[in-house]
Design a protein around this ligand. Structure first.
Ligand SMILES: N[C@@H](CCC(=O)N[C@@H](CS)C(=O)NCC(=O)O)C(=O)O
Length: 230
């Protein structure tokens, strides 16, 4: 039975990007159901797949899995050869810790630098608040620590394999890039490696082809309405 991943629009849906890009990078076959978010009827469509009312949702036969970390764990168990978590116990502990830290944290970055792949990359100082810069510093430290301890064998956080921890931080790469956050050369090299991966390119190209515009009224969201000119 093939897997189905229910996701939101690729331009905006950072949570959807995580399992999608992990599955693509690992070569796990799946069908995609894309529900454009925050439009009339969007919520009802999501609710028809999961009572939690959020994407992503993984459907495997009679089993529905929601919450990004739970999906990644389910996939790691179902496809052990994909090595979504590192084989080494200490590396796996670190990968799980930093993935959970991402799942639970970095509220300022998420609020002020909402994922929008349409945004032409350039410094957007109005979004570089002290809290965002604090998030940036912590994430740079996480990436440097993973790479120094376990990443020597390749360009990703735990070496040659793009795994669950990389997937959890993939939308952060997008945010750092599109909002022009001031990153170190080491961080930039990691971002470039992620952005050059075929899975990233496939997601990015599909996001560029989208046209749905989010209908959202929060004050911090004008940047994400429509395809901005600059
Ligand atoms: N904690 C959830 C967050 C999921 C989430 O917030 N998804 C957003 C899209 S990125 C969503 O479904 N929004 C639609 C809605 O709330 O109606 C996870 O880890 O999957």
């Amino acid at each position: 039975m093939s897997l189905t991943l229910v996701i939101g629009n690729k331009n905006y849906s950072s949570w959807s990007m995580r399992p999608w890009i992990a599955m693509k990078a690992a070569g796990i076959p799946f069908e995609e159901v894309l529900i454009p978010l925050y439009l009339p009827g969007s919520k009802e469509r999501i609710l028809s797949y999961s009572p939690a009312g959020k994407v992503p949702i993984l459907i495997d036969g009679d089993t529905a899995v929601w919450e990004t970390l739970a999906i990644l764990d389910y996939l790691a168990e179902r496809f052990p050869d994909a090595k979504l978590w590192p084989a080494d116990r200490a590396a796996r502990a670190l990968a799980r810790s930093v993935a959970a830290e991402m799942h639970a944290g970095f509220a300022a970055l998420r609020q002020h630098c909402t994922m929008n792949l349409w945004l032409p990359p350039k410094p957007r100082p109005q979004t570089h608040t002290p809290e965002v810069l604090e998030n940036l510093a912590r994430i740079e430290a996480i990436w440097a620590d993973c790479r120094a301890r376990f990443g020597k064998g390749g360009p990703f956080l735990f070496g040659a394999t793009f795994g669950a921890a990389d997937a959890m931080y993939a939308p952060v790469v997008a945010r750092f890039h599109n909002y022009g956050l001031p990153v170190s050369a080491e961080t930039r090299a990691y971002m470039d490696a992620v952005m050059a991966s075929p899975a990233w390119r496939a997601w990015y190209d599909a996001a560029m082809a989208e046209t749905w515009v989010m209908q959202h009224n929060e004050p911090d969201w004008p940047l994400v309405r429509g395809k901005p000119a600059a």
